[in-house]
Write a protein that binds this ligand. Sequence first.
Ligand SMILES: CC(C)(COP(=O)(O)OP(=O)(O)OC[C@H]1O[C@@H](n2cnc3c(N)ncnc32)[C@H](O)[C@@H]1OP(=O)(O)O)[C@@H](O)C(=O)NCCC(=O)NCCS
Length: 241
Amino acid sequence: MERPVRTPRRTFRYATRPSLLARSVWLCARHRPASWWRLPLVAAWASQIRRHRRARLEIAGRAYLGYQASLPADAYFGESGVRGALIWLAGADSVLSLGDGVLIGVGVQLAIAAGARLTVGSGTFINPNSRIFCAEGISIGRDCALSWDVEILDFDAHEIGSNGEFRPQSAPVRIGDHVWVGTRAIILKGVEIGDGAIVGAGSVVTRSVPPRAVVAGNPARVVREDVDWRHVPAGSGESDG
Ligand SMILES: CC(C)(COP(=O)(O)OP(=O)(O)OC[C@H]1O[C@@H](n2cnc3c(N)ncnc32)[C@H](O)[C@@H]1OP(=O)(O)O)[C@@H](O)C(=O)NCCC(=O)NCCS
């Protein structure tokens, strides 16, 4: 059954700030000209998109680029002095596909090589200073929570070999729906993370993770199974009581 995803429509009110509105209109006009007037992208002033002329940016609904905090009551854009987010569609046929309500934090870098595809599902947020480097293919499902300083890469950038035989240095990464990745976790090439899983803070994930498992450590190992988790915004006062 598909899990409903709550998308953060209300953050659009920040588009009434002149600098935010100006940046959003400018980026939408350049990168989504057919529908710029619907503002498919709401972007903080310092946010950048570098796009090869044959690369594609797809947005289903509206995505948010360069938000500052994950505390919804205080969420604001681009006022901390930290530079904005960077989307870098580096080569021909690089594709970035963003679902509705995707939030991309300030300082986040998404770099997608020629011919590679990065997909981020609806309602997913990527907190400030995380970096995703995509040489082949990375897909992140719906309703995922990626914390601060997370790194995801589907390639090694250097080949390892023995007796003159070199192994492939890239393999796609697939992160399912409703996955929570803790701060400073690193997810490496070829990993699949099942729906509902949790990756502990600081973990280095080198092998695939079953659905609803909690993995932690370096290398990450399963420390719990069959868990459920839900997002409780810090400062919201919501808790199990
Ligand atoms: C993974 C996590 C959710 C597990 O929480 P938990 O279920 O309460 O886990 P516990 O504290 O009971 O730990 C279970 C075991 O895993 C180990 N463990 C937990 N988190 C770990 C981590 N990040 N790295 C290494 N080991 C970890 C514990 O030491 C414990 O091992 P033990 O049984 O040998 O003593 C939590 O530790 C964590 O890393 N949270 C991420 C916080 C974060 O980044 N938030 C950002 C919000 S967007």
